[in-house]
Design a protein around this ligand. Structure first.
Ligand SMILES: [Zn+2]
Length: 365
């Protein structure tokens, strides 16, 4: 099927420039019904995301233009001052590619909608198969709901599309995170974890976050880059319990800070990450870890602090949001107020990033 159109219509409306007749040739793709559905769904998802982002960006731009900083910038004649005012106004209203990207994340992961549809589906299933449930609404053993109404089919299709979209989004995020880790090094050490057992403790959120999938993506990427991922058993190392001084402190999972009598105070995962670096052949080399601690401590501290007070400009390290498992920042004296923090500036950005990457590895502890 070919369709063509020339620009004679355009000529009538504007006679500014002579147009040579041009043709648009449309060749339909040969696709199956299923492929067409997939393409349409993806195009629709892209269109909706684009429109949502455009709307949000326009809203934010309007706010920027109404702000005091913007007016000041327009009045200012000093070029540097002008730029600073504009930048401050943009930052105050989140008008940057990064903030909009973060906004896009929220749009894609629509857990509320999924939950709503799941409940709807459940109601429909019950209404369509009343003989499978007793008077209290409990499932009668041995009876399987088999009847589906047209509306239930529709709900299921809609749900499937949301699941698919969520899975695709998760895969993208996993890939991004793996790339960020890979940028810091291709030899990765991590604890051998039983991801299946996680499901018992953390339930559905493991299904949504899929740590095992992330791990396999990371392994594949590291290996294809000539590096490797080394897993060591937690049985002998128990990194979250031990200290440099040799003492063992058994901690609950809710205790996120490692604080020892010997003076070591560090976020638990960062500290485990540091210790993981000094694991060789499945055993922690304490002397090795002790030797390098003086140099590593300020870096880890900076990483910990920056997780709380990200530097005003740019992205907050390699991670967008702070995992809730991170615990509150504590200064060396043990107080947890933010105000008493010394202003650490990251002198060695790479090393800090490395530290937080290890934290990410051991965040799975
Ligand atoms: Zn200690």
């Amino acid at each position: 099927m070919l369709s063509s159109s020339n620009t004679s219509k355009a000529k009538k409306t504007s006679n500014k420039r002579e147009h040579t007749p041009s043709f648009i040739c449309e060749i339909p793709l040969r696709v199956t019904r299923r492929q067409e559905q997939i393409l349409e769904a993806r195009f629709e998802a892209g269109r909706q995301l684009y429109n949502a982002l455009l709307g949000e960006a326009k809203k934010r731009l309007a706010l920027v233009r109404q702000s005091i900083g913007y007016t000041k910038a327009k009045k200012s004649t000093n070029k540097k001052e002008r730029q600073a005012h504009f930048a401050a106004a943009r930052q105050a209203h989140g008008f940057s590619a990064y903030s909009l990207e973060a906004f896009a994340d929220e749009v894609v992961r629509d857990h509320k909608k999924i939950r709503r549809l799941q409940r709807k589906q459940d109601r429909q299933r019950r209404a369509n198969n009343p003989d499978c449930y007793d008077e209290k609404g409990r499932v009668i053993k041995g009876k399987r709901p088999t009847k589906k109404s047209r509306h239930q089919w529709e709900t299921e299709t809609e749900l499937q599309e949301l699941y698919r979209r969520e899975a695709a989004h998760r895969k993208t995020l996993h890939g991004q995170l793996a790339n960020q880790v890979m940028a810091m090094g291709t030899h990765i050490k991590t604890e051998k974890l039983n991801y299946k057992a996680f499901q018992k403790t953390f339930g559905r959120s493991i299904g949504v976050r899929a740590p095992k999938l992330f791990f396999s993506i990371l392994t594949r990427k590291a290996e294809s880059a000539g590096g490797k991922v080394e897993e060591f058993s937690t049985y002998h190392t128990a990194l979250s319990q031990v200290c440099l001084c040799g003492q063992k402190h058994k901690k609950k999972l809710s205790e996120r800070v490692h604080a020892c009598d010997c003076g070591v105070v560090m976020q638990r995962d960062l500290f485990s990450g540091y210790l993981a670096k000094h694991v060789q052949e499945g055993r922690l080399q304490v002397a090795d870890a002790n030797e390098h601690w003086q140099g590593a401590e300020p870096l880890l501290r900076t990483a910990w602090q920056q997780a709380y007070n990200p530097p005003a400009s740019g992205r907050q390290g390699p991670f967008r949001t702070l995992p809730s498992s991170f615990g509150t920042f504590r200064s060396q004296s043990g107080s947890s107020e933010k105000e008493s923090l010394p202003e650490h500036k990251a002198q060695d950005v790479v090393a800090t990033a490395q530290a937080s990457a290890r934290a990410c590895e051991s965040a799975k502890v």
